[in-house]
Design a protein around this ligand. Structure first.
Ligand SMILES: Cc1cc2nc3c(=O)[nH]c(=O)nc-3n(C[C@H](O)[C@H](O)[C@H](O)COP(=O)(O)OP(=O)(O)OC[C@H]3O[C@@H](n4cnc5c(N)ncnc54)[C@H](O)[C@@H]3O)c2cc1C
Length: 401
């Protein structure tokens, strides 16, 4: 193999490029990214960077000279327009590249509200890239009322920042409760209480009907007829894996770009990693949207491109920062039938433990790093703690398995 082309210069694409070097690839590595910036971390976008507490350069995953030093040909501002699996060609506006292997690391795009709902008004923003946050930060400076559509992690993090910078903030969640898709009622209750304590208004079980304004947004009209004043709107209603290139090239799509356990797509020589890829996990196909997954997946796939034949074993974990709370999650709670709560003794500190058929599946820890670390270790080792002991904060976790 002489040349490997990676499409998408985000977390997974960058990890794949350096992973190829780590696993001994000595040929050409070309990393193509549509965005103007070099690969950067996204989590701080809805947290410290939105708040203005973090400089742009600190987001960058590697110093600018690290790419040349590793022999990685990083091309930013270079959108790929097509791939040709039969001839192993990658098309860009700047020309066509031949490749011996292609790694798709195209990430995901936020779901955008239709024009009929946004009215094409200024002041309505998504949260995905640096350009989005720069636009929101400009808007924040002249705003007083923020309406956040969507009570998932992105929406709630944005609500915390908007409140911290002095905006009167309302979160609108169509489902009966915030975090419905990802967390238990108990975790939703704790996070709702946290936001309300800081002055955020949470509206659940009601949707957005439309935004209104004159050129720029001035109010959000909800499905129950309520009109909320609003000069900044942030929409965080989920993402879609970026499968357009793969789909156009005839690759199999199944809630993301379908891959086998080693990360190979339905087309030989073409691999997919990170947010855009769905991979086998526990008897089904799964897609994960998280930084640790993007890093681990890219590393395994880089090894497999080099012929190592390793199955990817996902170890899901995730975090979210809201106000003075760090929420850390280990495992996946899909199919849980019981939740045990363990209370801590510091501010907002507690953890929720998910069980399914008697086995520990996942833990949500709020300001409880020890519970998180211990839970993560148990989940990875397939161990299940004694529930009564877990519920008693006086019992030392170490004694429970
Ligand atoms: C605001 C925000 C906060 C988050 N917070 C957390 C968190 O706290 N914890 C956590 O674990 N995860 C968090 N995530 C999720 C995490 O950032 C993603 O899971 C991770 O970035 C996925 O990496 P990726 O490389 O697969 O995709 P991305 O980082 O999205 O990178 C994909 C790149 O591919 C490029 N691309 C797409 N199509 C083309 C094309 N045709 N040609 C060239 N380039 C292309 C895109 O421009 C993009 O730069 C957050 C995400 C966001 C947006």
């Amino acid at each position: 193999m002489q040349r490997i082309v990676i499409i998408g210069a985000g977390q997974a694409g960058c990890s794949a490029a350096f992973g190829l070097r780590k696993h001994g690839f000595e040929g050409e590595v070309i990393l193509l990214g549509a965005e103007a910036d070099p690969p950067y971390q996204r989590p701080p976008l809805s947290k410290a960077y939105l708040l203005g507490d973090m400089a742009r350069e600190r987001l960058y995953l590697k110093p600018p000279d690290a790419y040349a030093a590793a022999g990685i040909d990083l091309r930013t501002g270079c959108a790929v327009t097509g791939i040709d699996p039969a001839n192993m060609r990658v098309e860009t506006a700047q020309g066509t590249l031949a490749a011996d292997a292609i790694i798709l690391a195209t990430g995901s795009d936020p779901i955008r509200l239709p024009q009929a709902v946004t009215g094409g008004l200024a002041g309505i923003h998504s949260v995905r890239g640096l350009a989005d946050i720069d636009a929101i930060r400009d808007r924040v400076a002249t705003s007083t009322h923020a309406v956040i559509i969507g009570g998932g992690y992105i929406g709630l993090e944005a609500a915390a920042v908007a409140t911290k910078v002095g905006l009167r903030t309302t979160v609108v969640e169509m489902a009966p409760r915030i975090l419905q898709r990802v967390a238990s009622e108990q975790t939703s209750d704790a996070i709702r209480a946290l936001h309300q304590h800081h002055g955020v208004t949470i509206r659940e079980g009601v949707g957005l009907a439309r935004f209104e304004g004159d050129g720029a947004v001035t109010r959000a009209v909800l499905s129950d007829g309520t009109a909320l004043p609003c000069d900044l709107a942030i929409v965080g209603v989920g993402i879609r894996p970026n499968t357009a290139l793969a789909e156009a090239a005839g690759l199999r799509i199944d809630n993301g770009i379908w891959t086998d356990a080693r990360g190979q797509t339905s087309a030989p020589g073409i691999w997919a990693v990170g947010d855009c890829a769905s991979f086998p996990h526990g008897g089904a196909w799964l897609r994960l949207e998280s930084v640790p997954h993007a890093i681990d997946h890219a590393d395994t796939v880089a090894a497999n491109v080099m012929g190592q034949g390793k199955d990817y074993a996902a170890r899901p974990w995730f975090w979210s920062d809201q106000f003075d709370v760090k929420l850390q999650i280990a495992g996946l709670n899909n199919g849980y039938d019981a939740v045990v709560t363990r209370r801590g003794n510091t501010n907002w500190s507690l953890s929720h433990w998910y069980f399914g058929a008697g086995r520990l599946l996942a833990v949500d820890a709020l300001n409880a790093p020890r519970d998180y670390m211990t839970g993560k270790r148990w989940i990875e080792a397939g161990q299940t703690p004694d529930r009564a002991g877990l519920a008693d904060p006086a019992t030392d976790l170490k004694t429970l398995v």
